[in-house]
Design a protein around this ligand. Structure first.
Ligand code: ADP
Ligand code: MG
Length: 262
């Protein structure tokens, strides 16, 4: 990978509701706020990242489906958002059928990678994955420099993580040897809950320094923001969730510098 291309981070976990979309949106916003040219690629047919950034379903004339089928290049499929410096390739329900449509194409896993590498408009590309280890998630891992894994602070948080890490290993061993783990972020932490504290200890014991120091607290302002079509960081910068996401962004940037230098 050339050092002039965008840094590509995929936000993945095959569990739903762990904070992937919230993390992608707020991290992207924080990066845009410091002057990066950021693109989110919404690879989830549910389109929560698109909705959460104020792109109404009716207004999605272009989508990640068009990119994966080769009908549009990355820049043509990108729409501006209300966040300066942040664009999004929205998703539509067409994505539900993509697996069958491109199943027999030899380059089916490389569609997104090729599209991203053909563009030099962005300095960061963040990919919001569906809750599945399907062809869409594989496309994201084939394209990415690193994987960022949100884990919800609840019982069974670690369940499924080994399968996810195995998939990363498989992608590394085949189509993308340079793929690394950006880090694991603990989300929706509630300090009043003893179990949540235990989960934090367990995850740190198991995954060591792969786990970011920043923990994202459960915060009602964060959960309200998407219904206003805004990232939490724009909706309420001062709330604990937004502040944690800013702190996470600085950790991610620090690690990106290390990964880039390696
Ligand atoms: P995923 O993309 O993994 O399915 P989401 O980011 O959509 O997960 O989060 C699942 C739900 O939890 C959403 O309704 C979201 O608004 C809410 N949520 C995410 N992070 C937080 C948080 N830190 N505090 C409160 N609610 C959150
Ligand atoms: Mg999501």
């Amino acid at each position: 990978m050339t050092s002039t291309g965008p840094r590509i981070i995929t936000v993945a976990n095959q569990k739903g509701g762990v904070g992937k979309t919230t993390t992608a949106i707020n991290l992207a916003t924080a990066l845009a706020a410091i002057g990066e040219r950021v693109l989110i690629v919404d690879l989830d047919p549910q389109g929560n990242a698109s909705t959460g950034l104020g792109i109404d379903r009716r207004d999605r004339a272009v989508s990640s489906y068009d990119v994966l089928t080769g009908q549009l290049d990355l820049e043509a499929a990108a729409m501006p958002t209300a966040v300066p410096g942040l664009s999004i390739v929205p998703s539509t329900l067409d994505l539900l059928g993509i697996e069958m449509e491109i199943a027999s194409a030899p380059d089916r896993v490389l569609r997104l990678r090729n599209a991203i590498h053909a563009s030099d408009k962005f300095s960061y590309v963040l990919i919001d994955c569906p809750p599945s280890l399907n062809l869409l998630t594989l496309n994201s891992m084939a394209a990415a420099d690193s994987v960022l894994v949100p884990l919800q602070c609840e019982f069974f948080a670690l369940e499924g993580l080994s399968q996810l890490l195995e998939t990363v290993e498989q992608v590394r061993g085949s189509i993308n040897p340079a793929l690394s783990i950006q880090g694991i972020v603990l989300t929706m932490f509630d300090g009043r809950n003893n179990l949540a504290n235990q989960v934090v200890q367990d995850v740190r014991a198991y995954m060591g320094d792969k786990v970011y120091e920043t923990i994202i607290p459960r915060n009602v302002r964060v959960s309200e923001a998407p219904s206003y079509g805004k990232p939490a960081i724009l909706y309420d910068l001062k709330c604990s969730g937004s502040q944690a996401y800013l702190q996470l962004a600085s950790e991610v940037i620090r690690r990106e510098r290390q990964l880039r230098a390696a």
